[in-house]
Ligand binder design. Structure first.
Ligand SMILES: Cc1ncc(COP(=O)(O)O)c(C=O)c1O
Length: 350
């Protein structure tokens, strides 16, 4: 048996539970409660099985062109992965030497720490800066700890908090390494950082998106990113040859072409989010202002988040609880349909 030291020590990432039963109220993994575009269903119905005899397009030409057109850039600036988790994993192999480190906000998406551990490099967490004036001061702190890749989740997870693009830009300008702005939830926010990735002068900002949240396609496994052509070309050298299957490419393309469907679903989620935040606040909960499809909320004392998590689970209502000093007093609750949120509130009230 020969398992590497880093893997022996590795604390694996724990994904949210995926209960087999469909009869649960599932608000634990930030999935979209509404179905994907009917155009995706049509692609699946008409998909020619003979295409599966061959390998898929290794460079996702059609999907890449559609994504490039959508964000006003060229296909050479687009990379696609098997979910944005794979984009992150490729980035960790592409932009980090063995003696360098991966940085991120803290708290943030806990996979980042695991990615660093898999690469056997250090992870450095920093609190989110207050504003654009404060942001550049993070750069020397991170550089002094050899951070070459910084992952900035925006809106952040699990908090849902949003940093203005000016703040991210001010940091990226001061930081010598690569900055990936993880915009998994950006479609639910009032604006985003895409401009930072597409502008001609950009040398180190990559903006990453996913089909898992706003497009309702978490099961498809497609994520993508936009950045300077030299960084993107380097990522293509590292990825598996056929990392996105033919069905996923075709379905994702249909989803990109139906922006109206995605926008309508996002609007419904955002409306429910507003109502749900009011409902929680009227029950004495403290809710961090959220620009994503979830809220991070603290129950009124003496109630404990961990206890409520268990009580809800016993009633087949799944939310997310993250132990730890920065997160353990709150629950992360995905915004589902109005009906699902009502069921959750009724359980809290009883
Ligand atoms: C901040 C953040 N980034 C990336 C991902 C991964 O998304 P994907 O399904 O595209 O791998 C998630 C998933 O929950 C997330 O919360």
């Amino acid at each position: 048996m020969r398992i590497t030291r880093s893997v022996r020590r590795l604390e694996a990432y724990t994904p949210g539970e995926q209960p087999a039963s469909r009869r649960v109220v599932k608000l634990n993994t930030n999935e979209n409660p509404y179905p994907p575009s009917p155009a995706c269903a049509e692609v699946l119905r008409r998909f020619d099985l003979d295409r599966l005899r061959r390998y898929p397009d290794p460079v996702f030409s059609e999907l890449r062109s559609a994504l490039a057109a959508m964000c006003g850039t060229t296909p050479e600036r687009i990379f696609v992965g098997n979910g944005s988790d794979e984009v992150l994993s490729v980035a960790a192999k592409t932009f980090v030497e063995d003696d360098e480190a991966i940085g991120s906000l803290d708290p943030s998406y806990s996979l980042y720490k695991t990615l660093a551990a898999i690469r056997d490099v250090k992870w450095v967490g920093v609190p989110p800066p207050a504003d654009a004036a404060d942001a550049p001061s993070l750069a020397p702190k991170l550089a002094s700890r050899n951070v070459s890749l910084f992952l900035w989740t925006n809106p952040n997870a699990p908090t849902g908090a949003f940093a203005e693009p000016e703040t991210v830009a001010a940091f990226a300008k001061a930081f010598p390494g690569v900055v990936i702005v993880d915009e998994a939830y950006a479609d639910f926010a009032h604006t985003n950082c895409m401009r930072l990735a597409t502008e001609a002068t950009n040398r180190n900002v990559i903006v990453m998106r996913t089909f898992s949240k706003s497009y309702s396609l978490a099961g498809l496994r497609v994520g993508w990113c936009v950045g300077p052509a030299d960084l993107i070309a380097a990522m293509y050298k590292v990825k598996d040859s056929y990392n996105v299957d033919a069905i996923a490419q075709a379905v994702a393309l249909a989803a990109v072409r139906d922006q109206a469907w995605m926008r309508a679903n996002v609007a419904k989620v955002v409306k429910t989010r507003t109502r749900f935040i009011h409902a929680l606040e009227s029950r004495g909960w403290d809710v961090i202002p959220s620009e994503s499809n979830f809220v991070f909320a603290k129950p009124p004392a003496p109630a404990k988040a961990a206890t409520i998590f268990e009580e809800l689970r016993a009633r087949n209502i799944f939310v997310r609880y993250f132990k730890g000093p920065k997160t353990g007093d709150r629950l992360r609750i995905t915004i589902g349909t109005d009906r699902q949120m009502k069921a959750l509130l009724a359980a809290l009230d009883s």
